[in-house]
Every structure is written in structure tokens, then in C-alpha cells.
Design a protein around this ligand. Structure first.
Ligand SMILES: *Cc1c(COP(=O)(O)O)cnc(C)c1O
Length: 360
């Protein structure tokens, strides 16, 4: 067998599937996983689907010491009606994986090949894709540096893995807005840093800010730019949108904002609906001013996990504002319904975003 042919080793015993109503995000994994290796001589080699299992790694593996690692997050959906497995713009996630890797000096993968491996894995574990409304199978591709070496330098070996986790409905009792603390001390990402890459260090370094937000009864933080603490960047690990006086505004991408697939899709959908969408620098002061002027209509975050997450309250400099009476706004609701219907094939795929997987 060539070093690039996918090898499949199925498990002998299937695990019990969880009740879709009691799933806690990211805690249950399917029967199989995908793994392949990289070495300087062979490139990416030995792609294989194997039973889900622990790894054995040298304690000197570079990932444990210097965090040279990247990840992705996307979902597979399956509707009761036709049982088809659907992915939402997986090409965008795989491209972003390579962009993240580029920033972390990790070698790129062949995008089409990785998508084909992912499809094979989904077909093998298709029974794990829950069908209940709002549920999905979360897909976590990631790459770790494995060279056993404490030198501060890029690793010469890597492992790319894909694990799958069934997730319950994000909103069990309809969409509900969250309270947000505008973070003024810590930063998520700085100019020239790694903010545009999905790399572990960006997330663990945000826990401290999250801790402060939680202590203030807030669900998430809103990140401002690192240099001036003046411009809005993101909310938690989501991109952020504002509806002000009938127009939609979202921070324009820079090298400290993550280029979200949901963000990109929402912009296209809103424009298609005939709304004005401005990608520009957004001052936090301008948002609070719009609220005082009575023209701040809606605020919401976008990301794969929640799809759309309405913001009901914002606290900045000890000033608290309530948006849309702390209720989900009509635009956030309409976008959520549109995108979630698109995911399961209830809405026509006019943008060509859905990748269906054959699984006879
Ligand atoms: C993943 C992520 C997002 C959302 O990206 P999607 O592709 O829409 O899921 C936004 N911000 C950060 C920091 C992220 O890590």
C-alpha cells in the first residue's frame, strides 16, 4: 500500500450513542478518528482512520512546550427527511487551517485530500450524527508538533488528527441574548500576533479575562484592539455585528481578528437581502453613543458553535446598556433561522455552500 492511500481500521465494539438531549459540548466522541503523520522526508504520510483512542507521545514533544499547534471547528448536519450528510463550506475551514499553519510555520496539507479523508470518516461514523432539530456533529481537525526536542524552533514532525463529537442544540429553549463585559485590561490578539490563526495560545490566554467576566455575571467578553483599547474586535470567540439605524456594521478584518466562516456567510446573506453592510473600524464609544441616541437596534456574535448569538447587555467603564429590551432582535432571529435551515436542507442552497456526502 502506498504511503498516501487511506487505510481504514474499524473498531470491533461500537460505543453507546448518547441521548441528544443531554449532550454537553465537546465531551463525547465517536467510534473513529482520522490521523496522519508528517516528516521532513515523507511530507504528510500514512493517512488512516482508526478506532478513537489515546495517543502515546514523548514528553519532550514540542507541542507541550511551545504550543506549535492549530485547530479548526466545523459541523456536519443530517436531516430526518432524507438522511443526507451535509457540511457547510468545509473548503473554507480547510483553507483557514492552512493559513493558521502558515502563521505557526506548520507545513500545509493538500486541501482536497483532507476533505476526502474527512468525508470517509463521516461516512464511517454517520450513525453518530444526531438528527434531532438543532443538533449536529462537531468536527475538530487539529495539528500538533511532535518532535521530541526542547529547542525553540519549528518541529520537524507533526500529527494531523480529526475527532468528532455529537453536540446538542445550542439553544434548547429558543435563542436567548447574553450579557457581555467589554474587556479593558487583557487583550486577545495584538497587531503582528497570532489573532488570525486558530492556535491554542490565543484561547488559554483569554481565560483570565473570561474569569473576570464570569465574576461580573457576564457570559463573555468583548475584545477591544490591543494598542488603543478603542476599537471593537470580537466577542468571546465569535465575530461581532451591530445594527445601527437600519445599517449593519462589523469590524473590518485586520491581523488580530479571526476571519470567521459564519461572519463571511452572514455578510453575503445580509447583502443578498438588500441590507447595507459596512466592514469598517468600529469604536466602542460609537456603539454606546448609538445607544444613547436610541439607534442601536441589535448586537450579535457569529460563529460555528452558536451560529448567531444575540447580545442583550453590554458593560463598559461601569456603564451598562440593554439592547433590544434584552430580547433576541428580529434580524438575529431571521439570520439564525435562515442559516440553520440551510444547514439541514430546508432552505435552498442558493450560494452553493453545502457539500453533500454520498453515503449509500
Ligand atoms: C473560530 C472563531 C471564530 C468564528 O469562526 P467561524 O468560522 O464562524 O466558526 C471567531 N473568532 C474566533 C477568535 C474564533 O476562534
Amino acid at each position: 500500500m502506498s504511503e498516501h492511500t487511506l487505510e481504514v481500521m474499524k473498531c470491533t465494539h461500537e460505543k453507546q450513542k448518547p441521548d441528544p438531549d443531554s449532550l454537553v459540548f465537546g465531551t463525547v466522541f465517536t467510534d473513529h478518528m482520522f490521523i496522519m503523520d508528517y516528516s521532513e522526508e515523507k511530507g504528510w504520510y500514512s493517512p488512516r482512520i482508526i478506532p478513537y483512542q489515546p495517543l502515546t507521545l514523548d514528553p519532550a514533544s514540542m507541542v507541550f512546550h511551545y504550543g506549535q499547534t492549530v485547530f479548526e471547528g466545523l459541523k456536519a448536519y443530517r436531516s430526518k427527511e432524507d438522511g443526507t450528510i451535509r457540511l457547510f463550506r468545509p473548503d473554507m475551514n480547510i483553507k483557514r487551517l492552512n493559513r493558521s499553519s502558515e502563521r505557526l510555520t506548520i507545513p500545509p496539507v493538500d486541501e482536497e485530500q483532507l476533505l476526502s479523508y474527512l468525508k470517509e470518516l463521516l461516512i464511517i461514523d454517520k450513525k453518530w450524527i444526531p438528527e434531532k432539530e438543532g443538533t449536529s456533529l462537531y468536527i475538530r481537525p487539529f495539528i500538533i508538533s511532535t518532535e521530541p526536542n526542547l529547542s525553540v524552533a519549528p518541529s520537524q514532525s507533526y500529527k494531523l488528527m480529526v475527532i468528532l463529537s455529537p453536540v446538542g442544540a445550542y439553544y434548547k429553549e429558543g435563542m436567548s441574548p447574553v450579557s457581555i463585559l467589554v474587556e479593558e485590561r487583557y487583550t486577545r490578539a495584538a497587531p503582528g500576533g497570532t489573532g488570525t490563526a486558530k492556535t491554542a495560545g490565543n484561547y488559554s490566554s483569554a481565560y483570565k479575562a473570561q474569569e473576570r467576566a464570569t465574576a461580573k455575571q457576564k457570559a463573555q467578553v468583548l475584545w477591544l484592539d490591543a494598542s488603543e483599547k478603542k476599537y471593537v474586535e470580537e466577542v468571546g470567540s465569535m465575530n461581532v455585528f451591530f445594527k445601527i439605524n437600519g445599517e449593519i456594521v462589523t469590524p473590518k478584518l485586520n491581523d488580530s481578528i479571526l476571519d470567521g466562516v459564519t461572519r463571511n456567510s452572514v455578510i453575503q446573506v445580509l447583502k443578498d437581502w438588500g441590507l447595507t453592510v459596512k466592514e469598517q473600524q468600529v469604536e466602542i464609544e460609537e456603539i454606546f453613543r448609538a445607544h444613547r441616541d436610541g439607534i442601536l437596534e441589535e448586537v450579535f456574535g457569529t460563529g460555528t458553535a452558536a451560529v448567531i448569538s444575540p447580545v442583550g447587555q453590554l458593560e463598559w467603564n461601569d456603564e451598562n446598556i440593554t439592547i433590544h429590551h434584552n430580547k433576541t432582535g428580529p434580524l438575529a432571529q431571521k439570520l439564525y433561522n435562515y442559516l440553520t435551515d440551510l444547514h439541514v436542507g430546508k432552505e435552498e442552497d442558493r450560494f452553493g455552500w453545502i457539500v453533500e456526502i454520498d453515503n449509500d
